[in-house]
Design a binder for this molecule. Structure first.
Ligand code: GRF
Length: 205
């Protein structure tokens, strides 16, 4: 199961996926290519270090979103990508892209959706005064963080948290949850029924 990993910056979630793959924790899922939409993004170096092809397709190079998406689809096709993982990819994808990978695009988001979609979710959580936040892995649809939820992990929000501290606590869960979901998909344990998604537990030890 060939994976295309899309990211925009630091790439710690991509790193978690690459490490899970190297450790045999992704089932038959194989990271085939990492694509960044930002030149010089740190994620590119992480991919190269892991021996995974890394490409940059800057969105600014395209006047129309459809053309940017067509370029992404073309590059992913070169690597025979079947599933796409958005791991800190900061662009909305539209129908052109989603039609190329129907039901096969997932995203990680640093809040318990549907709370706090969009950017700076951890700051939104602090401003709202919630006592629990976390992260969500979901299928991608055309909305902003609105697709069917596959899995979530919760963390406490503590009195003295600032955005950086809460982000770091959530990020630790992101790094665990996203590879787990990818493995579940690779093993055919993720079953979608409308908006509800069932993840069956792994078999054996
Ligand atoms: C993560 O918190 C992810 O959930 C969000 O952006 C951040 C990306 O971090 N969408 P990294 O690039 O994976 O380190």
């Amino acid at each position: 199961m060939m994976l295309g990993l899309l990211a925009s910056g630091r790439g710690s979630n991509v790193q978690a996926i690459l490490e899970a793959a190297a450790a045999g924790r992704l089932g038959r899922a194989l990271p085939a290519v990492v694509i960044a939409n930002v030149e010089g993004a740190a994620v590119l170096e992480r991919a190269r270090t892991a021996g995974v092809p890394a490409r940059t397709i800057p969105h600014q190079g395209f006047s129309r979103r459809e053309d940017f998406e067509a370029a992404l689809v073309g590059a992913l096709g070169e690597y025979r990508v079947e599933w796409v993982v958005l791991a800190g990819f900061m662009r909305l994808l539209g129908p052109r892209f989603l039609a190329a990978f129907p039901g096969r695009v997932i995203n990680i988001h640093p809040s318990l959706l549907p709370a706090f979609p969009g950017v700076r979710s951890q700051a939104q959580a602090l401003a709202a005064g919630v006592k629990v936040s976390g992260c969500t892995v979901h299928f991608v649809d055309e909305g902003l963080d609105t697709g069917p939820i596959i899995a979530q992990a919760a963390v406490p929000v503590l009195d003295d948290d600032d955005e950086a501290v809460l982000s770091a606590r959530i990020l630790r869960e992101e790094h665990r949850l996203l590879p787990e979901v990818i493995r579940g998909i690779a093993e055919g344990r993720v079953v979608r029924e409308g908006r509800r998604v069932r993840v069956r537990p792994p078999e054996g030890p």
